[in-house]
Design a protein around this ligand. Structure first.
Ligand code: GLC
Length: 528
């Protein structure tokens, strides 16, 4: 199957976590004007598009993934005018702007949910969400046994208008994030309005949150509870990946198709390749996040398998592969690779640098998470600084995702490193990041930022990166080597403990200096 060429097919997206990117008004939280001020940096980095995590109106129970008004900007981040300014400034630099869209649930402060609480069981207001009577003689048991992804039950019991304990509503995430009832046509009609609202303002597309959610199984049966991780990767999990979801994606696509050149990328935690492929059929999502590379351990065969699987996952439908090493929900790669047996943070950084060369050598769309280009590690935050709802919901057993969401260090030698004018940033910044600021790394030829810039530049300009397929070729034990079939770029990764000889060819770039012409341990190289 062939599809026409689109800008996003080999684009590099850069995920901005707006709270943590750049604070223009000194309140300790990043904002839209802050992002606009930093566009020069993003242009220098060479990215093609931004993905903004939610900036719409939200009480911030889940930092924006609880949306109270999907068609307005939260004052914490600025105004719709600030978004307009960001879009036009970005476009003038040839950077596209995509937004997060959260269709699975709303905030409990959304006018619809407030109306649902005020209305009676069985009312049209309640029919926009998933309200059920409880089980047991007095309805005191939740309607089924589903756990919330953030810990605790996925149901919350409401108090009816007359003060009596009443129905329960479903929330797969926090109680402040009630799930919408996608069998109700009003729900899609409203989403279509939201899509058009932002598309008409020039937004280039959407990252769709929990794109494998939305549809629920008939009768909401009990599930086998084996595990309950945020990274939902169990295909038998009844809460997600129900077949009805595809009709919803087709309806979203029909609106997107009115706006040629715009793109959707879905957050699809689905393991089985055939079922994953269903999401990126020609009339559904343009792209689906494939998280296998982010899940792979520092192990050559694990990484090779992740690459093969990601390519295979889209092959049957002629889709485009996507690659990501991290995002705002997972531990940063420097820390992930640095905490595997025998590793250290320094080794983690070497491996993260190697993996960006692997990722950028692959055919398809790449998603970078802000701060990865600086080689930022996760931060061990003190208990009292933690903000992720996961911390409270899990009864302080899961620390949650704050460690990868610490603000970006821009310049200077002490917190807040130019991120803000107040040292009182929404998450505290570590004291030892002076060498990891954008300013310090821009000037340092050996920095991770320089490596990213060089790699992105090569990927964009060299003919070796042509072609949609790769082939593996023989590599020493614990190493991997592949070649782009079209342009014949070679990428070699050394995950062994010893330096290895490189094949013939011009070395375009390596993540660490070669030793007597050999590729050292924990490093990767590109050859023409
Ligand atoms: C997605 C988001 C995550 C959020 C959740 C609920 O997994 O990436 O940050 O908490 O959805 O909206």
């Amino acid at each position: 199957m062939t599809r026409s060429t689109q800008w996003w097919q080999d684009a590099i997206f850069y995920q901005v976590y707006p709270r943590s990117f750049s604070d223009s008004n000194g309140d300790g939280v990043g904002d839209l004007a802050g992002i606009t001020e930093r566009l020069g940096y993003l242009e220098l980095l060479g990215v093609d598009a931004l993905w903004l995590s939610p900036v719409t109106v939200s009480p911030m129970a889940d930092h924006g993934y609880d949306v109270a008004d999907p068609r307005d900007i939260d004052p914490l981040f600025g105004t719709v005018g600030d978004l307009d300014a960001l879009i036009s400034e970005a476009h003038s630099r040839d950077i596209r702007v995509t937004m997060d869209l959260v269709p699975n649930h709303t905030s409990n402060q959304h006018p619809w949910f407030r109306a649902a609480l005020a209305a009676a069981p069985g009312s049209p207001e309640r029919a926009r969400y998933i309200f059920r009577d409880g089980r047991g003689p007095d309805g005191a048991e939740p309607p089924n046994n589903w756990p919330s992804v953030f810990g605790g039950p996925a149901w919350h019991r409401v108090t009816e208008a007359d003060g009596t304990p009443g129905q329960w509503y479903l929330h797969l995430f926090a109680p402040e994030q009630p799930d919408l009832n996608w069998e109700n046509d009003e729900v899609f009609a409203d989403l279509a309005k939201t899509l058009r609202f932002w598309l008409d303002r020039g937004v280039d597309g959407f990252r769709i949150d929990v794109a494998h959610g939305m549809a629920k199984p008939a009768g909401l049966p009990d599930m086998d509870i084996t595990h309950n991780e945020l990274l939902i990767n169990d295909d038998d999990d009844l809460r997600f990946n129900n077949p009805g979801v595809h009709a919803i994606h087709r309806r979203i696509r029909s609106v997107m198709d009115e706006y040629p050149g715009r793109v959707t990328v879905g957050e699809v935690w689905v393991r089985d390749n055939e079922r994953f492929a269903e999401y990126v059929r020609p009339d559904e999502l343009h792209l689906g996040f494939n998280f296998r590379l982010a899940e792979a351990h520092w192990d050559a065969s694990d990484i090779q398998e992740a690459v093969d699987n990601s390519l295979l996952a889209v092959e049957s439908v002629g889709g485009v592969a996507t690659w990501t090493l991290s995002n705002h929900d997972v531990e940063r790669e420097v820390t992930r690779y640095g905490t595997e047996a025998g590793a250290s943070r320094e080794v983690g950084l070497r491996r993260a640098r190697a993996m960006i060369l692997v990722e950028l050598a692959l055919p398809g769309t790449v998603f970078l998470y802000n701060g990865s280009e600086l080689g930022l590690p996760n931060v061990d935050l003190p208990d009292d600084a933690l903000q992720d709802p996961v911390w409270e919901r899990s009864g302080h057993t899961e620390r949650g995702r704050d460690g990868c969401r610490v603000p970006i260090p821009w310049e200077g030698s002490a917190p807040p490193y130019g991120f803000s004018t107040t040292p009182d940033t929404w998450l505290p910044m570590p004291d030892d990041w002076a060498d990891l600021t954008a300013e310090a790394e821009l000037e340092d030829l050996d920095s991770t930022l320089t490596l990213y810039r060089e790699a992105i530049e090569l990927r964009k300009t060299r003919p070796e990166f042509a072609g949609a397929a790769i082939e593996w070729y023989g590599a020493p034990p614990e190493c991997l080597a592949f070649r782009r079939v079209g342009g014949r770029l070679s990428c070699v990764l050394n995950a062994s403990a010893e330096p290895v000889a490189l094949p013939g060819g011009e070395v375009l770039l390596s993540s660490a200096p070669l030793i007597d012409g050999k590729l050292p341990a924990d490093a990767a190289a590109w050859l023409a």
